[in-house]
Design a protein around this ligand. Sequence first.
Ligand code: ADP
Ligand code: MG
Length: 415
Amino acid sequence: MLHSIVSHELHGLFYLMSATLIHQVLAPLFIYKEQQRNLLFGILLTILLFFYWNFEDIDPFIYSLHFLPLSLTTVIIFAGFVPAAMTWISFNIGCMLILNYYWEPALLSSAFILLGSYYIRHKVNQLNLKLKLTYAMGLLAVYEVLYAMLATYIRSYFSLYVLYTISFTFISLLFIIFLVFHVKKHEFHRQRIIAIEKDRMIGQLAATISHEIRNPLTSIRGFLQLLDQKELPLHDQKRYIELALSGVDQANTIINDYLNYAKPSNGLQEQLDIKEELEATLRFITPLATDHQVVIHIVHETDDPLFILGESKKLRQCLINLVKNAIESMPDGGHISLSTCKQPSGVQISITDTGVGMSKSQLDSLGMPFYTTKEQGTGLGLVVVMSIIKMMNGKISFSSAINQGTQCSILFQQK
Ligand code: ADP
Ligand code: MG
């Protein structure tokens, strides 16, 4: 007898735990409103209940004395009144239509605790574990007593069977409340940590950006003050205006680079042929290269297309940044070679220049926000590049020798 009770009760308990687990995984993925999350819990439990009716060997007595009050109380304590009402309806439909078992006592007792829960609906969210357990136990006790009073067959055949069933129900309830409480607490802590981390990042970035923008602003102010002098020669006036304008451009570039970095991706993953992407970048950048007396060659190791998954706009932005750096590293002109090839682990793009090159310590500083050796640089170009490559599951590496040139390679893993 004991064996059968425990087995049936465990089955019900597992269904309830599955609903909790699935809810825990699904809710944070795409539901942000607490109310909708709670509703999802009710829906999941109802769906699982449907499976329970269809696939389990149900003991109607344990269904009414264990599974029903256990689920209803858990939903009341953790999800609130509306999901609880949903659970109440579905469980009672089960009692009436599926099991066709003495449904009146279950309906009335569960309606009673559901109504009771209506009055504490605003409180349950704020309760600590001890109070949640106390409330849950109280609701369950009310249910069981009412049920026993209404169900004459229990009063006339009060037996060890009933006693065991009810005792295990209380133990199950203690267990499930404890479990769900801790699972929810973890989720809550995780969200808080994410929120704190976001605030910290935003604060830090805002501080660095404002610091960086202050430099051009200070110089613009200086030049404007100089312009304010009386009888300033026209030649100087022109020069100060040009310098002030270049300060405005500088501030503008910092803001643009930062916005590119902070702009979230649209998440679109299209199939891209890196050869085509590189050709498009070349077409775009050729005027700038010609201006700087830089000649660009492009070499493809294979005629086949080399596909990766990613976002074309972002990849091109990334390649333009890298080629621009290569051009800027050759103030007196030079050569850039762009190449693509297939590697055992993926496809690779290389950008090689014959520019000033970098020392070991310069190489180590690459990708640090605002690291720049250029007068007009922002030091944000490579930050953007690296975040895009990371997002596209790629790896970027640099090798360089002073006064000889730099090679940048990006390896994209092929799916
Ligand atoms: P910016 O171009 O605004 O300076 P980047 O993040 O694009 O910022 O680059 C940071 C620094 O890395 C540059 O200032 C430069 O010193 C160095 N760097 C990047 N690419 C090259 C390259 N191809 N050759 C030499 N130095 C480079
Ligand atoms: Mg740059």
